[in-house]
Write a protein that binds this ligand. Structure first.
Ligand SMILES: Cc1cc2nc3c(=O)[nH]c(=O)nc-3n(C[C@H](O)[C@H](O)[C@H](O)COP(=O)(O)O)c2cc1C
Length: 416
């Protein structure tokens, strides 16, 4: 995240990408753009990924899609999910599975939401607004990153009932207080403290792709942009994204370059004392994201966390770690708190696998950005529709009427 602070020109305006949404016969929600049936052309998130790759400049694509080191954690996440098998069951008669659940005292129509992604607006112009609006419409959680290109204030008019704010903890407690005040005033009700970025990671693919810190828009990047006219036009209208929230605290400190200010202000390695202070400061639900160790989950439960988010940051921080689905059962056993899960979800079946192994809720980061990159606003909503349809279809196969039936369908223990 911090390795990716951008130095671009400021401009405003959102890209003028508007799609008409009309009913799709197989689904209860929209899945068409300008009359085109999205399910027949893009039935899977992998189809959106392929199209997004062609429409997003290579250096940005490498930021979105890469992991750290040899990327083995990224691959392990996928492989281990595929190894979780569910048992089918027959003669259940006709039924429509119920996908609703509750989390942190709130009802949710679907058990998934949008994970925080730094510089989302670089991946697709206007991404933060698009995703917040889509999430409000679908009534699913949207989690805004500290390192997003929009501030909580910017999104106040877009968010719905389930707006979460993700915190990379600032060193200065005055700035922390102000960030939390702004998030709350804008309507963000749940705070997510990310703890799996104790140091910056090296993302070699991202470096090779042409990202520098700060990035320089030289001939190589310009050539990549020229190949992606929709993205480039959108950025021209919206303005080159910047980590606006962090920058809002550096504006009056002109003695140092702004990237050094941000590096100083961001303290990415909080300790238990910091957590305790944060717990005392924030009076709403507090979720801790990036937990892979049952001992940490148990201690966080004792120290006042409200939910544990099992995540390895999609393999972007540590190539030598376990797949999140492998870590999930141990963490489920270590805490009575709700457990949120992410990293490597590629479809509705993966969501069912995570719930079968003890997750209460699932979040996705890249999938929603593949949707935006492929189809703009309609792509993010189409991701929700793919996941929903996929869950319904697979729950029909295994005879699960509701999400709480899923643990009983496990055919294997946790993946190796
Ligand atoms: C491009 C990118 C940027 C991210 N930025 C953040 C961030 O700012 N804060 C954070 O807590 N997690 C961040 N994450 C991690 C996501 O919140 C989430 O844990 C991860 O993407 C889930 O895996 P998935 O992309 O396979 O669904 C980022 C992930 C990606 C791909």
């Amino acid at each position: 995240m911090l390795s990716f602070e951008l130095k671009y020109a400021r401009r405003r305006h959102l890209p003028a990408l508007h799609f008409r949404r009309v009913a799709f016969p197989f689904t209860d929600r929209s899945s068409s753009v300008l009359g085109m049936d999205l399910h027949s052309k893009y039935p899977a998130i992998s189809d959106l990924k392929s199209r997004a790759k062609r429409r997003i400049p290579h250096f940005v694509w490498e930021y979105l899609d890469s992991a750290t080191g040899d990327e083995s954690t990224l691959h392990r996440n996928h492989a281990a999910l595929q190894n979780v098998l569910l048992r089918t069951s027959v003669l259940h008669g006709e039924f429509t599975p119920d996908l609703s659940t509750s989390l942190l005292g709130q009802d949710h129509p679907l058990p998934f939401g949008v994970a925080p992604v730094g510089m989302s607006g670089l991946i697709w112009p206007g991404a933060e607004h698009s995703l917040a609006r889509m999430a409000a419409q679908e009534n699913i959680p949207y989690c805004l990153s500290t390192m997003a290109s929009k501030t909580p204030d910017d999104l106040a008019g877009d968010i719905g009932a389930h707006a979460w704010f993700q915190l990379y903890p600032p060193r200065d407690m005055g700035i922390l207080d102000d960030m939390l005040r702004r998030a709350k005033a804008a309507g963000f009700t749940t705070l997510v403290l990310t703890v799996d970025v104790p140091v910056a990671s090296r993302r070699e693919r991202q470096i090779r792709g042409g990202m520098t810190n700060p990035p320089t828009v030289g001939p190589k990047i310009l050539a990549q942009m020229a190949l992606c006219p929709v993205w480039t036009n959108g950025i021209r209208k919206a303005g080159m994204p910047r980590p606006k929230l962090m920058e809002s605290y550096t504006e009056n400190r002109s003695a140092l370059p702004s990237n050094q200010h941000i590096g100083y202000l961001m303290r990415t390695s909080p300790d238990w004392d910091y957590f305790k202070a944060l717990r005392e400061t924030w009076d709403g639900p507090l979720v801790v994201k990036g937990v892979m160790n049952p001992g940490d989950a148990a201690r966080l439960s004792d120290e006042g966390a409200d939910a544990i988010w099992v995540s390895n940051h999609a393999g972007r921080q540590f190539a030598g770690g376990a797949a999140t689905i492998t870590a999930l059962p141990g963490i489920r056993a270590a805490t009575r708190l709700p457990v949120i899960f992410d990293s490597g979800i590629t479809g509705g079946l993966d969501i069912l696998r995570a719930i079968a192994l003890g997750a209460d809720f699932v979040m996705l980061g890249r999938a929603f950005h593949y949707g935006l990159g492929a189809l703009g606003d309609a792509g993010a909503a189409h991701v929700v529709d793919i996941l929903r349809q996929d869950m319904i279809s697979n729950m029909g196969q295994i005879g699960a009427r509701q999400l709480s039936d899923l643990p009983a369908t496990l055919a294997t223990p946790a993946a190796p």
